[in-house]
Design a protein around this ligand. Sequence first.
Ligand SMILES: [Zn+2]
Length: 144
Amino acid sequence: MIDTCPFCAIAQGDAPVSTVYEDEAVMAFIPLHPVYPGACLVIPKAHIDHFTNVPDPLAAKVIVVAQQVGRKIMTVYKPLRIGMLVHGFTVAHAHLHLIPQYGPLDIMHKHYAYCEDGNVKFGDKDIPTPSRQELDQMASTLKL
Ligand SMILES: [Zn+2]
């Protein structure tokens, strides 16, 4: 565990979270800024920065949970596809984004791009921030 890592705090129960799934090694939860309802993050509870450094058995568990949550997202929210993305620039704790996709650009940056002072920038400022109650409601629809 890293004291300054927000995902370690979530995994240790020290930060608010809208949990979809949790076992001894893996957790799935709704991000603070879901691109679409049902978007989810899946993490190993252990602090490992790069996804490529997650030991194979743990990586397999993360992927299996991602598949199970993805199936639930398909059933509940009925997107065309589920996208998976490993980014890692915002929080240096391996995490896998599950993104409901309603079109071919939903996995890309279109939600994050904005124009400021004549420059294209990227961030989550234009993505709505649901209340904790709304995040909890989303999580309740996806519980495994
Ligand atoms: Zn961490």
